[in-house]
Design a protein around this ligand. Structure first.
Ligand code: DGY
Length: 436
């Protein structure tokens, strides 16, 4: 079944792979290595080309800073087809940044821990994979230490992000409330994304002003974590980001136990994990909405909106059974209408919903992959299966796009896959979903 789709998916990954040891998320649009893309891509490669999966993660971890931080973009080449590039981000300002690679000074969801576990589970040569993991795992541990020591200012086990690009869900309507509090300068710059993709499917000029403004503040202080925590107008505890950290903690614990002789690290991870789980459940759950939400740490208030990130905690085993049932109910009531594909990235019943614009509504394959796993794990087999079938249908009808219109009526006559085409993680995660 789906042999042609799998063949095409493998071809996309192979063609987007670069000789220097990483994979482009999407030709032209994203010409470098992106952190969470790399993780999902490695899961896809693990099914048919394990050496490339290993190389992907090794290259990513090779760009780690001395303080454990892993950047969100690693600029492997000098191309000027992407804005803002290396010369804007200036990672060299931070005293502990990589001397080998130019990068951004922000990060992205910490996928690396659970990706290593996925690779292990997929591998047919477990011994070889465990040797590989042993050679890399301490870097991931150091990355988690960085988060808990530098980004958990209240010592509550919830780490902050200081830029919307760190969330991965770049232009989510959730951030609109924050932008309303920020008076960013109006910059003069030449965007490159809108020469590859229709502007109506991308963030607005004004939003880009905010994105650049936050980076300017961070740069003024050489990307000091302390200063960023003090001054960034964007400081958020994001349920997607923190759920992935928790999921990765769990994977690191399992992998260290398998490797053996790492009791201190296991104990440390278990401590972080316990605190994170408790605070996540007490601070980020909204009883009235029946799902998890974001918390605006700068303005000290919950951001009460429902997005696909609200359900990501299912993937990390965070809610108890009862809460999971409430979440599934919320999801099916708001997002699960039969005339919609699961799962829109933002509440389709909200005024802020836009079915074509990036993270303001379209379906994304990586979130679907997480929801599929999470739902299955809690025993919601039928809904999990629907997420899987919807994912296959969206790709079959449109191709391996970056994101998709959730409205079924939008598909058919015209294409309703948006953003970049031959998008690597759409290919990688479809391969994974079709393998079980
Ligand atoms: C972009 O350029 O849109 C990326 O998502 C930033 O990480």
């Amino acid at each position: 079944m789906h042999e042609n789709l799998i063949k095409k998916a493998k071809q996309i990954l192979t063609e987007n792979y670069q000789p220097s040891g990483f994979t482009l998320p999407c030709k032209n649009l994203y010409p470098f290595q992106w952190l969470w893309d790399s993780g999902f891509i490695a899961i896809g490669f693990a099914h048919f080309d394990m050496p490339k999966a290993k190389q992907e993660i090794s290259t990513l971890l090779d760009a780690q800073w001395e303080n454990g931080f892993i950047p969100h973009i690693i600029f492997h080449t000098d191309t000027d087809t992407y804005f803002p590039g290396a010369d804007f981000h200036r990672s060299d300002l931070h005293p502990l940044s990589s001397k080998k690679y130019k990068s951004t000074g922000m990060t992205q969801p910490p996928v690396t821990g659970f990706v290593l576990e996925e690779m292990y589970n997929i591998s047919t040569d477990k011994e070889d994979l465990l040797t590989y993991i042993e050679s890399e795992i301490d870097k991931v541990f150091d990355n988690h230490r960085y988060f808990y020591e530098q980004r958990d200012i209240n010592n509550e086990g919830l780490v902050y992000i200081y830029h919307n690009w760190e969330s991965g869900t770049d232009n989510s309507p959730i951030w609109d409330d924050i932008w309303a509090t920020v008076d960013s300068p109006r910059y003069d710059f030449k965007r490159r994304d809108t020469s590859h993709v229709d502007a109506s499917q991308r963030p607005s000029k004004r939003e880009y002003d905010h994105y650049l403004h936050i980076i300017e503040i961070a740069k003024e202080h050489n990307y000091s974590d302390e200063k960023i925590a003090e001054l960034s107008p964007f400081l958020v505890q994001d349920p997607l980001f923190n759920a992935m950290l928790i999921k990765s903690n769990e994977s690191l614990i399992k992998l260290y136990k398998r490797i053996g002789n790492n009791e201190d690290k296991v104990r440390q991870l278990e401590q972080w994990q316990q605190l994170s789980m408790t605070s996540f459940n007490s601070k980020l759950y909204d009883e009235e909405l029946g799902c998890y939400i974001h918390y605006d740490l700068r303005n000290n208030k919950p951001l009460r909106y429902i997005s696909s990130s609200s359900f990501a905690p299912l993937f990390a085993n965070i809610p108890d059974k009862e809460r999971a049932a409430e979440m599934v109910n919320t999801m099916m009531t708001k997002f699960g209408n039969p005339d919609q594909y699961l799962c829109a990235s933002f509440d389709p019943t909200s005024k802020r919903y836009n079915p074509k614009q990036y993270w303001r509504g379209p379906v994304w394959i990586n979130l679907n992959w997480m929801l599929y796993r999470g739902l299955a794990q809690y025993g919601y087999k039928n809904i999990a299966e629907r997420v899987k079938q919807d994912t296959i249908a969206l790709i079959e009808i449109n191709g391996f796009y970056e994101y998709f219109d959730a409205r079924k009526e939008a598909h058919g006559e015209v294409r309703a896959g948006y953003g970049g085409n031959d998008f690597s993680w759409s290919a990688a995660l479809l391969i994974d979903m079709l393998s079980d």
